[in-house]
Write a protein that binds this ligand. Structure first.
Ligand SMILES: *[C@@H]1O[C@H](CO)[C@@H](O)[C@H](O)[C@H]1NC(C)=O
Ligand SMILES: *[C@@H]1O[C@H](CO)[C@@H](O)[C@H](O)[C@H]1NC(C)=O
Ligand SMILES: *[C@@H]1O[C@H](CO)[C@@H](O)[C@H](O)[C@H]1NC(C)=O
Ligand SMILES: *[C@@H]1O[C@H](CO)[C@@H](O)[C@H](O)[C@H]1NC(C)=O
Ligand SMILES: *[C@@H]1O[C@H](CO)[C@@H](O)[C@H](O)[C@H]1NC(C)=O
Ligand SMILES: *[C@@H]1O[C@H](CO)[C@@H](O)[C@H](O)[C@H]1NC(C)=O
Ligand SMILES: *[C@@H]1O[C@H](CO)[C@@H](O)[C@H](O)[C@H]1NC(C)=O
Ligand SMILES: *[C@@H]1O[C@H](CO)[C@@H](O)[C@H](O)[C@H]1NC(C)=O
Length: 401
């Protein structure tokens, strides 16, 4: 049996004869721990001593994680005190400052930049070997996990990270072997359907991610892409309806409902529309209520955001039959209830009931009617939902050719 207790005084010996097959009880290392979210370079098949030396070779290295059996050596750009630490069996961690500088050899006092490793193969001097690019010359968008001192050579930065929101890189952005980034420009994403059309003639009527000036991206359906004036629509995923109800009360005592006869329906301009998409005026985010391009109507088409009936004159004790539903769940929008407004028709007997916005303002419903009157929105103001975003794959991210 030999348990080699490597102390600081024996390190040189360990390095030369490699007999330290177990992690020694060095005072510098903390066992069964690993720094989280701090690693910028991972190496395998290294000894503890080699890991210490690698850390010395990098100006960015403040500490390392080491795992003996596979020789994992993870260089960290944070020290133990600045980092969150997880329990990790068979790992040790250590701050580089605790180790004697002579282990660095000629690199003990190097001034190599963060994206290089000091190479001490020449026993007298050192040179700086490029292993990555720093992000100095490049805007790197909100890295969610953590930041690191450089991106390794050959690495392509995910395109959504390269430019500011609303822009994308003209070319793949790759860290070249000399530590500089490949050339690219940041190009704005289309901010309207007509800009999508101008991007590429291949883009037809479809769902697209569009970036209204200075705003978060929204999912919109572009319609009329083969015309000179494409239009923006919001695709609805739940029933949306507007009507002048073609039901009436057969008997105002029992409140029994019956569908009106066709003469009565026609004479009173009754009808109902179910909307599958609604037209959005993009520059002010208002709904264009009169559009029925993507609506199915029974009898007369009714404008989005209206509810009327001919069933409930003031004398009627029965509930109104007109109903409107607006439901923007699973879209990029919600209804700005403060800036939206509705009114009663001139019919003095109109009554409205059950006016309900959902708490997130994504849905609205209202029962309204009267003596052939009811309620209608004169302004439906939408807002971009910053909390919910539709599924990435549910729309095309346009890129200009
Ligand atoms: C190099 O990296 C370290 C650790 O991440 C950092 O503190 C330091 O500011 C970096 N130096 C430069 C010049 O970016
Ligand atoms: C930090 O790392 C842990 C585990 O490696 C991970 O679960 C967590 O999401 C990371 N935190 C951040 C902010 O990246
Ligand atoms: C990129 O550099 C800037 C400053 O130069 C810094 O604030 C930012 O955190 C860096 N991002 C990454 C991902 O390293
Ligand atoms: C780095 O390499 C690229 C591609 O090989 C080259 O175009 C560029 O000029 C080089 N930059 C420097 C600073 O050497
Ligand atoms: C109307 O309903 C009431 C209550 O159900 C009933 O008593 C009355 O007979 C009904 N009138 C007609 C005309 O059906
Ligand atoms: C249609 O209904 C109205 C009102 O309910 C009624 O006055 C009229 O007689 C009906 N006409 C026919 C042809 O049934
Ligand atoms: C409803 O309208 C859509 C287009 O908005 C159309 O494709 C569909 O055929 C219509 N359905 C019915 C039952 O009319
Ligand atoms: C209002 O809503 C309640 C519950 O959903 C319903 O019972 C009632 O009939 C509604 N009122 C009208 C006028 O539709």
């Amino acid at each position: 049996m030999f348990f080699v207790i490597c102390s600081i005084f024996l390190i040189r010996q360990c390095a030369s004869d490699m007999t330290c097959s177990k992690i020694p009880n060095l005072e510098q290392v903390t066992k069964n721990e690993r720094l989280q979210n701090s690693t910028f370079l991972e190496l395998v098949d290294k000894s503890l001593l080699r890991c210490v030396q690698y850390c010395f070779q990098s100006a960015a290295c403040q500490s390392f994680n080491f795992q003996q059996s596979y020789g994992f050596c993870e260089l960290n750009f944070k020290s133990r005190i600045d980092s969150s630490i997880e329990v990790a069996q068979n790992f040790v961690t250590s701050d580089i400052i605790l180790w004697p500088e002579r282990l660095a050899g000629p690199c003990w006092n190097h001034n190599c930049p963060n994206n290089t490793l000091c190479d001490s193969t020449d026993s007298l001097g050192f040179k700086c070997v490029v292993i990555g690019c720093t992000n100095d010359s490049i805007f790197i968008n909100s890295v969610p996990s953590y930041q690191f001192p450089f991106w390794s050579t050959g690495h392509e930065v995910p395109r959504e990270r390269v430019c500011e929101t609303g822009f994308y890189p003209s070319n793949p952005v790759i860290c070249q072997s000399n530590g500089t980034w490949s050339n690219f420009q940041c190009i704005p994403y289309p901010s309207s359907c007509i800009e999508v059309q101008q991007c590429s003639s291949a883009y037809g009527d479809d769902e697209y991610w569009i970036f209204p000036e200075g705003r978060s991206k929204v999912k919109l359906y572009c319609y009329g892409m083969d015309t000179s004036s494409p239009e923006e629509f919001i695709t609805l995923h739940f029933p949306n309806s507007a009507e002048k109800s073609y039901y009436v009360y057969e008997n105002h005592s029992s409140c029994s409902v019956v569908k009106a006869n066709d003469t009565y329906i026609t004479d009173n301009n009754m009808g109902k529309s179910i909307f599958h998409k609604v037209k959005l005026t993009l520059h002010n985010l208002k709904i264009y209520r009169q559009d029925h391009t993507f609506a199915n109507s029974s009898y007369l088409a009714y404008a989005y955001g209206s509810a009327r009936d001919c069933a409930t004159p003031a004398s009627s004790p029965c509930p109104v039959l007109g109903k409107m539903v607006m439901d923007f769940r699973l879209t990029s929008f919600y209804i700005d209830s403060i800036r939206s407004s509705w009114a009663l028709t001139s019919s003095a007997t109109s009554v409205e009931q059950n006016v309900t916005y959902s708490s997130n303002r994504q849905t609205f419903s209202m029962n309204c009617g009267g003596d052939c009157g009811g309620c209608f929105f004169n302004n439906i103001q939408m807002e971009i939902n910053e909390i919910y975003e539709p599924e990435t794959n549910s729309a095309v991210l346009p890129q200009c050719v």
